[in-house]
Design a protein around this ligand. Structure first.
Ligand code: PEP
Ligand code: MG
Length: 711
């Protein structure tokens, strides 16, 4: 290169030319660009490299006479980043109009990481300048993430990847460092081999998954990338951390679940390597007390492995409310926020953090005033929750005597404890597919039977409605090789798949029949589209019943089969559907998604249509009335039922049975007890007739006027 310069970010967010070879030395400490200015500002703002043949042609280019950069054309700029903060920009320039290759960019990035270490270690800067960098690295941060599990917490940061033991950034002797790295890699490889030989270590892991894990441990590309950085002078630890950081960056961009799982494996390997390098014992993942766990993304198994007595909250860079980790966190009662990558990136182990899982607000290194506000909020919330506990044995009954059957959604053994805590009389939706998704391989009939027996034991006579596995669409595990469809939500999933893969359904029915021996059994079929599918499913189920009677013994005392109504075709045909089953359950999440043709997981369209739209409510009303006239009980079990205004609307159109997450039961019960049903019904029906895009604002105003406790 003809030019190499370093720009350092100052406390006022300007970028100061700090050192250069090739530009005019007179410009050092004189040239300052605001972060909004020039190509250097562009790199700092976008936090990614830029490579140009002719810098002056780029719209962001800003000319600074004092630098004497007129002769230079080609430009390569990379950000200098540490703990998620841009500390500066490294620039390389050439007279020739040339391209910078991918390798050259990578080398520049490696150099930038080294610079980041130097900048933050204070070796380069005067004390005053260092304060600027320190301030950048330790300033309070705030984010509004996506609320996933409610609850208010003040705690200390624990990181998914705890900082490895203190280690030097640079190697004293490159050759020696290279040997140290090779030895450590060999140790990790050996430990993975041992895991294979004894089949322990990764709980319940299938051999296939372990085999893939081993392939990665021996992956030349992975080791080579670390080695390259060692050859540039980094210590083995720093090199490993860097490759790990690059890997995580990639992880955020990959959406294929199988590939993501593999990238997680690589992350896991890096962690093992770091532990070996530091001489630490394997698997010491101690959480501090009052830990708020920060992670890029989190799998349900990893979450279950954390020490529940210390885990107080979770903040993720990404993850949806319906993700499996979210469902587990809800069961554990651990507040959770996702969509806060800046917090995850910028946190240091041990930092103070406060979060409100109900609103998505999270503050890192907060000032005292914020902490006090959160303490007040937490007190208020506790008082409210205590009020709900006092109601647990009371019925969910309106002031004018309409009693609502308030049931609980579940999917894990952990959930069952909440039946007693909330006073829920039954489980209205047990999502059996979670067992399929949490494991690393398909659960056997015996695994399933054991699990269902445990659930029924825990319910202790209270009814449990098992939903047969609803697999496909977003519910897929890495081991499942499903089709690659353009529209998986409308593709091969739920009952459609169950009918085609008879073995899957038969195994599950077999397990359910055996688990329920001597007791009654309730189950329902997911994603029913036509009556014909119920008939097909019944043939499969009947085969299993016959088999059970012949080979196992008497059938459960009573078998009730229901259908989920979550596709408009099924809702429209509900009378016919009703004649084929014992009960019906509306899955509002999917029903609304198909009614509005708007993907429930899409950020752009998912929230565009309110289920409180008169169109949807009148559609539901017809469905509820037809089910009633057919004489079949109908419940509502989508997550929307936990939205208090939606619950009010559902009651008004005649829904008498709701199944919601345990955490919503208390507030809904308190609300229902403050309602006068006839007045609510008349108002909602009037609003639905009126036909605005949503009845939400008017319904909220009505609730306020009536003194209904909407929380
Ligand atoms: C629904 O679709 O509303 C439902 C209850 O099922 P799930 O959320 O599991 O798709
Ligand atoms: Mg559904």
């Amino acid at each position: 290169a003809d030019v190499c310069s370093i720009y350092v970010r100052r406390a006022d967010d300007s970028l100061e030319l700090f050192a250069t070879e090739g530009l005019s030395r007179a410009a050092i400490h004189r040239t300052r660009l605001s972060i909004e200015e020039g190509l250097v500002g562009w790199v700092a703002r976008h936090r990614r490299p830029i490579s140009l043949q002719e810098a002056s042609k780029h719209e962001a280019f800003s000319y600074r006479e004092e630098t004497k950069e007129d002769p230079f054309n080609a430009f390569l700029g990379v950000p200098i980043v540490r703990s998620g903060q841009v500390l500066g920009v490294l620039v390389v320039q050439n007279i020739a109009k040339r391209d910078f290759s991918e390798e050259e960019t990578e080398v520049a990035q490696t150099v930038a990481t080294v610079l980041a270490e130097i900048l933050s270690s204070g070796d380069l800067l005067e004390e005053d300048d260092l304060l600027d960098v320190e301030a950048l690295l330790h300033k309070p941060e705030h984010a509004s993430g996506t609320p996933i599990v409610s609850g208010i917490v003040q705690g200390v940061v624990a990181l998914q990847n705890p900082p490895s033991a203190a280690h030097p950034t640079f190697a004293k002797d490159v050759a020696e460092e290279k040997t140290r790295l090779s030895d450590a890699v060999a140790t990790v490889q050996k430990s993975v081999d041992n895991m294979m030989a004894t089949d322990r270590g990764l709980e319940g892991a299938s051999r296939e998954v372990l085999e893939v894990f081993r392939l990665f441990a021996y992956d030349k590309g992975w080791v080579r990338r670390i080695e390259e950085k060692v050859l540039l002078g980094l210590s083995a630890e720093s090199a490993t951390e860097q490759v790990q950081a690059e890997n995580r960056q990639r992880m955020r961009q990959v959406s294929d679940p199988y590939l993501r799982e593999r990238l997680h494996d690589l992350d896991d390997l890096s962690r093992r390597l770091l532990r070996v390098l530091s001489g630490e014992e394997m698997n010491t993942n101690e959480l501090p007390a009052n830990a708020v766990y920060l992670a890029d993304s989190l799998g349900p198994v990893e979450l279950l492995e954390l020490d529940a007595s210390k885990l107080k909250g979770i903040v993720l860079a990404e993850g949806a409310a319906t993700s499996h980790a979210a469902i587990v966190a809800r069961s554990l009662g651990v507040p959770m926020i996702s969509g806060a990558p800046e917090i995850v990136d910028r946190a240091n182990f041990g930092d103070v953090i406060v979060m409100d899982g109900g609103t998505g607000e999270v503050h890192l290194r907060p000032p005292d005033t914020v902490i006090t506000t959160f303490e007040d909020k937490a007190q208020l919330r506790l008082r409210r929750l205590a009020g709900y506990t006092a109601l647990k044995d009371e019925p969910a009954i309106t002031k004018d005597g309409v009693e609502i059957d308030l049931q609980m959604n579940a999917g894990l053994l952990l959930d069952m404890a909440h039946m007693d805590e909330t006073g829920a009389g039954s489980i209205g939706l047990f999502r059996t597919e979670l067992q399929f998704l949490l494991g690393r391989s398909l659960p056997t009939a015996a695994d399933q039977e054991t699990f269902y027996s445990q659930i029924l034991d825990a319910a202790n006579g209270r009814p449990v409605t098992f939903r047969t596995a609803d697999i496909g669409s977003d519910k897929r595990a890495p081991y499942m090789r499903l089709l690659n469809e353009t529209n998986p939500a409308m593709g091969w999933r739920g009952l459609r798949m169950a009918i085609d893969r008879e073995g899957l359904m038969r195994t599950q029915i077999r397990a359910l029949l055996s688990a329920a021996k001597g007791r009654s059994l309730r189950f329902m079929l997911p994603l029913v589209t036509t009556v014909h599918e119920i008939e097909e499913a019944r043939l499969i189920i009947d085969k299993e019943k016959k088999r059970h009677e012949k080979r196992v013994g008497p059938l459960p005392t009573d078998i009730q089969m229901g259908a989920m109504v979550e596709i408009p075709s099924a809702a429209w045909d509900i009378k016919k559907l009703a004649s084929h089953v014992d009960f019906l359950s509306v899955g509002g999440n999917d029903l609304a998604q198909f009614f509005f043709a708007a993907d429930r997981d899409s950020e752009i369209v998912g929230n565009r249509y309110d289920p409180l739209a008169p169109s949807f409510l009148s559609f539901l009303k017809r469905t509820v009335q037809e089910a009633k006239s057919a004489g079949k009980p109908l419940g509502y079990c989508g997550e929307q039922a936990a939205d208090p205004l939606m619950t009010l609307a559902l009651l008004a159109i005649g829904v008498e049975r709701l199944s919601v997450a345990a955490s919503a039961i208390g507030s809904l019960k308190a609300m229902i007890r403050s309602v006068t049903f006839t007045r609510l019904r008349d108002e909602v029906l009037r609003l639905v007739e009126k036909g605005e895009a949503t009845i939400r604002p008017e319904l909220r105003a009505f609730a306020k006027f009536e003194g209904i406790e909407v929380r």
